[in-house]
Design a protein around this ligand. Sequence first.
Ligand code: CTP
Ligand code: MG
Length: 243
Amino acid sequence: MHGDSRVVALVPAAGMGVRLGESTPKAFVPVGGSPMLALALQGLIASGSVDEVVVMVPAELVDETRALLPVSEIPIHVVPGGAERTDSVRAGLDAAPDATLVLVHDAARALTPPALIARVVAELRTGAPAVVPALPVTDTIKSVDATGAVTGTPDRSTLRAIQTPQGFDAQLLRAAYATTTQATDDAGLVELLGAVVRTVPGDALAFKITTPLDLVLANTLVAQGGTAVPVKRDQDREAVANS
Ligand code: CTP
Ligand code: MG
């Protein structure tokens, strides 16, 4: 579908969602009636830019996850994640040996517009080895020391908030993961290897659902329409075909 490159999206969805505080792991918390994970997968499929998906979930939820997968023409694999996000991404990389380009996309960014996903892949296809969606920051950011005293105020015009999907040449990301232990940001790892990371314009709708306030916002956006359509599950396929 994409010449000789194979785009595999890795979707970390194995976190517990401690800050959200719901009783189920965060990726399975509904937004507008559909689990966040299903919405995130639907966005990846709708982008038309992805050849295959690997989802990393808590080990005890692998079977349950297979039942909620959206209808998809591209293969979606479900594998157990790990204790830290880094471990989950590594598990996804291991399950995607044929990838030439890799996207890493948080399930928690459930409302990410497909056009943003397509933008990241298009930039990778120009030859960029690493690509991240970026937005200007609206708050002033300060650094502080251990006592909470301000140590500096970086020039805001040079700062960006970084979203997902983050896109990589697969060999580069594998090399980065071979040398590291933990990180919150995949691009940060390839920066350590000296690779140039390019930015493309992010989108406010790609915000990460982290806190209860974020969940209120996400539900409100879906209720207002225009952000996400209801997810059709794979097990509903026959019903759809017969209707
Ligand atoms: N994630 C993962 N494996 C982990 C931890 C996180 O796959 N061991 C995933 C989450 O499921 C989420 C994404 O990484 O889709 C971003 O992480 P975050 O927003 O921090 O989610 P949680 O770790 O679930 O939330 P919290 O930190 O509040 O517990
Ligand atoms: Mg976390």
